[in-house]
Design a protein around this ligand. Structure first.
Ligand code: FES
Length: 149
């Protein structure tokens, strides 16, 4: 499905902006929204390009940069922070040899921080694409990442 077909599945109302952007990103092989897609959305919804770009920039779930097949989002909110989220981030960073915001050279993983994932009782937590992992330890992370490689 090309970007225009994806956009056209939605009614051309500005209330659909986020749905369209998520749909475009989910269909992109590198999980991001290129500038030319944002231009198409701007024309379709009769919005300024800067308004569309602003929304993409504001929402951390949306990206303007190509990302890996698996997007790892480590919760960096207070409860996880207290329960060693920074240490979890370090383990992932070392294991994947990338920093936060970067993608591995094989384009398999992108490492990001995220707001609370609703797993505070079992912190620290992270998501890989849509799957949630909690009660993270270094050993557990190594196994989880290996299962994606
Ligand atoms: S603070 Fe991390 S899941 Fe809620």
């Amino acid at each position: 499905m090309n970007p225009q077909e994806i956009i056209s599945k939605h009614e051309p109302t500005q209330d659909n902006l986020l749905n369209i952007l998520h749909d475009l990103q989910n269909h992109h092989s590198e999980s991001y929204i290129p500038a030319e897609f944002m231009d198409l959305v701007s024309d379709y919804l009769n919005m300024t390009k800067s308004a569309v770009y602003g929304v993409v920039d504001y929402y951390s779930m949306l990206s303007v940069k190509p990302r890996g097949r698996y997007i790892i989002r480590v919760c960096i909110s207070p409860v996880c922070h207290i329960k060693n989220a920074p240490g979890i981030m370090d383990v992932l960073s070392k294991q994947l040899d990338i920093r936060v915001g970067e993608t591995t050279t094989d384009k398999l993983f992108t490492l990001e921080g995220a707001e609370c994932l609703g797993q505070c009782q079992e912190a620290p937590a992270m998501m890989i694409n849509e799957k949630v992992y909690n009660n993270l330890t270094q050993k557990r992370i190594e196994k989880i990442i290996a299962s994606y490689q």
